[in-house]
Design a protein around this ligand. Structure first.
Ligand code: ZN
Length: 178
């Protein structure tokens, strides 16, 4: 995220030692503020910003910043494989870069699959909560999820006992009398 240009603010290009975190552009009234903003933007400590350079051409910039960066030779990680993408042959979708159309498609597919799986997990968790509540009326079900052993419930039983347990235990005689 980049803040819109403000006439009182000056542009800086900052970079962190850690190459994974890369570079960013920030606008701030002072160098100190710019450094703090950059650290937050790059998700590194204040002292890890090892270069902070004034970029006068961006002081009043209001256009397409990503395009400006690409024209200046910046690279961005591909949204699918994280390889560095430069302008030219790379593909840009909104503010995300991809190696090519194939990687953009694959990322869209991966995202869709993830969302479906997420929705499926949510549905199963809701089912589990309903089952637990039906098994032990008067309980408060705080949460539920599935793992490799089955359904796990976080529940306060009518007795006031708070347990995190699997659904089988709740169905068992011991669970029923707990
Ligand atoms: Zn790629």
């Amino acid at each position: 995220m980049v803040e819109a240009a403000d006439p009182k603010k000056l542009a800086y290009v900052a970079s962190a030692q850690d190459r994974d975190h890369g570079c960013c552009i920030v606008w701030a009234e002072t160098r100190g503020k710019a450094k703090a903003l950059a650290a937050s933007e790059l998700d590194v400590a204040f002292d890890e910003i090892d270069s902070l350079r004034r970029e006068r051409r961006l002081d009043d910039f209001t256009g397409d910043l990503v395009q400006w960066q690409l024209d200046e030779g910046w690279s961005f990680p591909c949204g699918f494989c994280e390889r560095s993408c430069y302008g030219g042959s790379s593909l840009r979708v909104v503010d995300q870069m991809y190696c090519d159309q194939d990687h953009a498609d694959k990322e869209a597919e991966r995202d869709k699959k993830y969302q479906l799986e997420h929705a499926e997990r949510e549905t199963k968790a809701e089912e589990l909560k309903r089952r637990a509540a039906a098994l032990r009326p008067g309980s408060t079900v705080h949460g539920a999820y599935w793992n490799e052993h089955g359904g796990v419930i976080d529940i306060t039983l009518p007795s006031g006992r708070h347990v995190t347990t699997n659904i089988q235990w709740l169905e068992s005689e011991e669970g029923q009398s707990a």
